[in-house]
Design a protein around this ligand. Structure first.
Ligand code: PAF
Length: 275
């Protein structure tokens, strides 16, 4: 496994190798790798002989009040985990190298204005700006993103389509703790007790799914689910039912995805469940 830490070295390396015949796949991450990320790497390895992983805590996607400076940076542990996978190359650039002179990109205005976009202004512009740069550098055939960040996945798919990039964007199902809690780097901010409680988000989505499949009215069951989370100390930012392909509001049970963002003791958690 090769570790490269700046853009110039990466470009030189990729230009030297006979990569034209290689099916290069890319897994963009912000590090602090958990089983969810390793599953993305595994899926990439199942279709490719050259899996690249980027590790970069992207300042462009954090708001001024968010956790950019405290976001866990665990490069040496991440590298040891990746050594045990089919990852061939890790790209872990410094902030200045990656952001200096970068071409700003815009996420789709509708997809980036709903749900997380309501409170995380410019977050998705920051995501597509960095992801676009990674695509320019690696020119991957296929790239992998977790479905936990479903809104992000839809925004990247739209971006790739709009820019007519020849890259397949694959979503990979969310990895969960036994309790049902979606695996996330930010779970490391939670205590043991909080982790137990945080699993209530997934349980609530499962209950909600069942209620909706039993033909209950959508607005009232969503309201009840929100209230039940709030009674358990969550601050619910949103809990919505949307079309899983367009993210428009929907009440058609065939295509619904339920999406939730809630904070528990200031830790912001997101999750989703398809009907
Ligand atoms: O999902 C993430 O970890 C980040 O948003 C991504 C896609 C690596 C861009 O910085």
């Amino acid at each position: 496994m090769i570790l490269i830490s700046d853009q110039k070295d990466l470009t030189n390396f990729l230009n030297e190798k006979p990569f034209k015949s290689t099916k290069l796949t890319l897994v963009p991450t912000m590090g602090n790798l958990h089983e969810g990320h390793l599953k993305l790497v595994e899926q990439a390895g199942s279709v490719s002989n050259f899996v690249c992983v980027s590790i970069f805590v992207n300042p462009l996607q954090f708001g001024p009040e968010e956790d950019f400076s405290s976001y866990p940076r665990t490069l040496s542990e991440d590298l040891s985990k990746l050594e045990k996978t089919n990852c061939s190359l890790v790209f872990a650039p410094k902030v200045d190298d990656m952001t200096f002179g970068i071409k700003q990109q815009k996420a789709d205005p509708f997809l980036s204005s709903i749900m997380c976009g309501k409170t995380r202004h410019n977050h998705f512009d920051g995501v597509v700006t960095i992801v676009n740069r990674l695509f320019e550098l690696f020119q991957p055939k296929i790239t992998f993103f977790g479905e936990k960040d479903y809104q992000q996945l839809m925004i990247i798919k739209e971006f790739v389509e709009r820019k007519k990039l020849k890259i397949a964007v694959e979503g990979v199902a969310t990895e969960r703790e036994l309790s049902g809690l979606a695996k996330s780097s930010r779970n490391s901010y939670l205590s043991g007790e909080e982790k137990k409680k945080a699993a209530l988000i997934h349980k609530t989505l499962i209950n909600l799914k069942q209620l909706l499949l039993d033909f209950n009215g959508i607005d009232s069951v969503i309201q009840q689910a929100k209230e039940s989370l709030e009674k358990n100390d969550f601050n619910v930012e949103y809990l919505e039912a949307r079309d899983r392909y367009t993210l428009k509001e929907s009440s058609d049970p065939n295509n619904i995805i339920l999406l939730c963002a809630a904070t528990l003791n200031k830790v912001r958690l997101i999750d989703n469940l398809k009907l």
